[in-house]
Design a protein around this ligand. Structure first.
Ligand code: NAP
Ligand code: ZN
Ligand code: ZN
Length: 348
């Protein structure tokens, strides 16, 4: 075991504060990574503040981890000391169930081991995430990060990138299609970049008029102020696919009716309270309403390679870890352009 410096929340209403804990020494299949940067996902806020009612404290959030390999176990094949490495939302799974065998470990029937706030099958206790200076992960769950990308700006690919890449691929978004992205935050701005790279005509729906210029710069072909009923009406029955990244309560029916016949709206944002669906918005047009959870390890690597080839990274605001509580408050106010990333050098 070795000492790890981190930031943790100790209770639902406590701010994040310095915290020390022990990580296991790397086993035969493990990689030890010095964490250089960690993205700040809205999920971190939901969990740190117990908004989904499943948090155990102390909680060290963070699942958009990039860094450098400092030690590898005897049987590690993919990594060597000095390599760049990434860790996303999962650090383990059963590896034998139907979903694991299909490279969809996020749906492991015995429950994937998430990077933080999950029972740690190896060391006991709970997993602690990336708001820390080091992490030890089985190489099967460690990703190769393209060398040509800005490292800090590639951290958000590990969650925001794969969470948007996976449904866009699953529903075969391609040239000639009209695709909507609801909410221009961390996930949303990656969704715009990826849908554009896949060749789609991309429309951003935002509640923040001050993000219109940025949406166009990020690649959107059109931007709709979702609070303006006339602007919304003009988009009726026209979308092949809509990706909804909104983290709060909102009217989902206003978007379902924008789908063409047989179109699909996939929810990736996770409001704490249930959304109310008008069945009429589904049955007229045989429309589909679905959800999607991050992506498997194989697809996460495919996404990272794709981003390397196409030079896609996140637009980030780099912060020292001491600013994390302020960053959370700004995230909740939709004041993010478009992902906070923690510079872990500030933890030293
Ligand atoms: P974020 O950066 O805060 O972005 C969310 C965006 O949603 C905001 O920037 C805002 O965009 C819009 N929004 C917020 N409140 C709204 C409201 N009341 N009505 C309408 N729009 C609103 O968050 P994120 O990190 O992208 O995460 C988004 C959600 O996805 C969170 O719930 C997170 O837990 C979830 N998530 C899910 C997965 C998965 O696997 N399914 C993975 C990661 C995260 P505008 O200002 O443009 O309106
Ligand atoms: Zn996330
Ligand atoms: Zn499994």
């Amino acid at each position: 075991m070795y000492n790890t410096k981190a930031f943790a929340t100790l209770a639902q209403t406590s701010p994040l504060a310095p915290f020390n804990f022990q990580r296991r020494d790397p086993g035969a299949h493990d990689v030890q990574i010095e964490i250089l940067f960690c993205g700040v996902c809205h999920t971190d806020v939901h969990i740190a503040r117990n908004e989904w009612h499943g948090t155990t404290y102390p909680c060290v959030p963070g699942h958009e981890i990039v860094g450098r390999v400092v030690k590898v176990g005897a049987h590690v094949k993919k990594f060597k000391e000095g390599d760049l490495a990434g860790v996303g939302c999962m650090v383990d799974s059963c590896r034998t169930c139907e979903n694991c065998k299909d490279d969809l470990e996020q749906f492991c029937t015995s429950g994937a081991t998430f990077t933080y706030n999950a029972p740690d099958k190896v060391s006991g206790g709970l997993t602690y995430g990336g708001y820390s200076d080091s992490v030890v992960v089985d190489e099967a769950f460690v990703l190769k990060v393209p060398k040509n990308l800005n490292l800090a700006a590639s951290a958000p690919l590990l969650c925001a990138g794969i969470t948007t890449y996976s449904p866009l691929r699953h529903y075969k978004v391609a040239k000639g299609q009209k695709v909507g992205v609801v909410g221009l935050g961390g996930l949303g701005h990656m969704g715009v970049k990826l849908a554009k790279a896949f060749g789609a005509h991309v429309v951003v729906f935002t509640t923040s008029p001050n993000k219109v210029k940025d949406a166009l710069r990020l690649g959107a072909d059109e931007v709709v102020n979702s609070k303006n009923a006339d602007e919304m009406k003009k988009q009726a029955n026209s979308f092949h696919f809509i990706l909804d990244t909104v983290a709060a309560q909102h009217d989902i029916n206003a978007y379902l009716v924008l789908l063409k016949r047989d179109g699909t709206l996939t929810q990736v944002g996770v409001p704490a309270e249930p959304l109310s669906v008008q069945v009429g918005s589904l049955i007229f047009g045989r429309r589909n309403f679905s959800g999607s959870l991050i992506g498997g390890i194989k697809e996460t690597q495919e996404m990272l390679d794709f981003c390397g080839e196409h030079n896609i990274v996140s637009d980030i605001e780099l912060i020292p870890i001491q600013k994390i509580n302020e960053a959370y408050d700004r995230l909740v106010k939709n004041d993010v352009k478009y992902r906070f990333v923690i510079d872990m050098a500030s933890l030293k």
